[in-house]
Design a protein around this ligand. Structure first.
Ligand SMILES: [Mg+2]
Length: 306
């Protein structure tokens, strides 16, 4: 079995349909892989650090994706900085670090930027200590916002309402948020993803709660998560590089790649998640490179200085 066939087979095992396998076979036959590699190789000299999306890039559900652990190890060995950037605000960076560790990736929690953490950091730059905040979201979001005591918990008298996805949403929570926003509170959303992919299927995400509050308040929130550029700017800041020196690697054109482009970063679409090569070819969002999986990036990193 050739390497490529083996790789295709592995994806089939991960739940991709037969089209994927066929598409790769066609590509190998046409010798297209080198063309795609070339775009990444061409932009690599401009890259000083990397921001990875996680789901669909490093793993899918509980299943690590090919070369993810190898790439993380290689970057650490070479001293190339990276951060993980996720819209998902339902888990803490510590929980994500534990998940990555189970898959052989040792990443400190400080290198994992969730939209909850990014929202908190963004708010601290804009609101003074003691600002009263109502959080409509998961414990991970409450922890991020309130930790350190900078912000003060509040209800309908809040100065700022923050919302994310919330698996224990109640009418009472919507009511408090609505009354606060209608009283003039600022409103910040961790992200505007309408759905959240899970093993059970697509569940209501932060954007579904945003939609409910929009209907009740006739207002719209400031959105922190991708495709807004705030998290990419935060990643660049953490890594001490300019946005244009940062390579954003993601599986979604409409969030990861768009956020990267809005921030002025370099972008690579990896085809192990949501967006397809056809999407990249036909869509209005054009990544700088399209790669089959992270092994292409790993090869590029290794090839760069050997
Ligand atoms: Mg993703």
């Amino acid at each position: 079995m050739s390497v490529w066939r083996a790789r295709s087979f592995r994806y089939a095992m991960l739940g991709q349909n037969d089209d994927v396998v066929n598409r790769w076979d066609v590509r190998i036959a046409n010798g297209m892989r080198s063309v795609i590699d070339e775009r990444l190789r061409a932009l690599w000299p401009r890259v000083r650090a990397i921001a990875f999306d996680m789901d669909g890039v490093l793993y899918r559900g509980e299943q690590p994706l090919p070369a993810a652990a190898g790439l993380v190890g290689e970057l650490q060995q070479r001293g190339i900085g990276f951060v993980m950037v996720t819209n998902n605000a339902t888990k803490t960076p510590e929980e994500y670090a534990a998940k990555l560790a189970r898959m052989g990736m040792t990443v400190p929690p400080e290198r994992i930027v969730t939209s909850a953490v990014a929202t908190r950091d963004w708010m601290r730059q804009r609101y003074e200590r003691g600002t009263r905040v109502y959080v409509l979201g998961m414990p991970a979001l409450e922890q991020a916002v309130y930790e350190g005591g900078y912000f003060q918990p509040a209800g309908r008298d809040a100065d700022v309402v923050v919302n994310g996805a919330d698996f224990t949403l109640t009418y009472e929570k919507l009511k408090i948020a609505t009354l606060a926003i209608r009283r003039g509170a600022d409103w910040v959303a961790t992200n505007a993803d309408r759905t959240l992919p899970t093993e059970e299927g697509l569940l209501p995400g932060s954007g579904a709660i945003v939609a409910a509050l929009q209907a009740a308040t006739d207002r719209s929130p400031v959105v922190i998560g991708k495709p807004e550029p705030a998290m990419i700017f935060r990643a660049a800041e953490l890594l001490g590089v300019a946005p244009e020196e940062l390579l954003v690697v993601g599986d979604r054109l409409d969030t990861d790649v768009l956020a990267g482009k809005r921030a002025g970063a370099l972008t690579a679409l990896v085809l192990t998640g949501v967006s397809t090569e056809q999407d990249a070819a036909s869509g209005s969002v054009q990544p700088d490179a399209v790669i089959d999986d992270l092994s292409v990036l790993l090869d590029t990193v290794r090839g760069a200085s050997s």
